[in-house]
Design a protein. Sequence first.
Length: 269
Amino acid sequence: MDLFRLDGEIAVVTGALGKLGPIWLEALLDAGARVYALDRPGQPVSAAFSRLQEIHGAAELTLGSADVRRRDELEQALHDCRTRYGIPSVLVNNAGVDAPPLAGGRGQRIEEIPIEETLRIFEVNAAGLFLCCQVFGAAMKEAGRGSIINIGSLYAGVSPDARYYDHLPCDPPFVKPPGYGASKAAVINLTKYLAAHWASFGIRVNALSPGGVRGGQDEEFRRKFCDRVPLRRMAEAEDLRGPLLFLASRASAYVTGINLQVDGGFTLW
């Protein structure tokens, strides 16, 4: 089990205050890493983050601020991380934009979706992720080692089923933004691209694509979704910890350029 340990490693996690952020933070901390967490300037500190910092201490978990779309802010965050801990050896690109049902109180017709909405999703989920890889990956090249884990989605490879949402009282009906899945598909390609170009520098680049993660969805949505999943349930936090540690640690020393789908079998049919 020592293969999965991260003692002495320094990890950076973007989007650390979001829904999945605390899952990655806790897994990395419990495995022995020191973690430099990043989120947008001005974001309120979540209860989950405060709990982790209380347990592990500020010396093991630090919160920095940077917008993944701003290279200057990311470079300042890298400088701060190096000053506090050293050169990061693990990067978890978790920051992303999604739109849950009823966000804004109404649905959308596909032909009426503003192009600005789609561009914003791509700007964060794909271009912002690539910018993080550029900034932190440059430091990893300098050190000659590193593991980058890009958080994808099951919707990188399949289209959302609109029937999951047809019980919601929206007119027009709610549709999952098309830019979300398209941007996550771009993440998978970027993962392969960087894995190919950076392998000779000792940097591994992989994607981890969760399926639906339970947390706040209405009961009817959960029923419809779970009926479609071979394992008959949504993902829990514990289901994601092991896959992340596998990709971050020496346990996957000969693994690069893959998309590890953690979706209960959703995409097998």
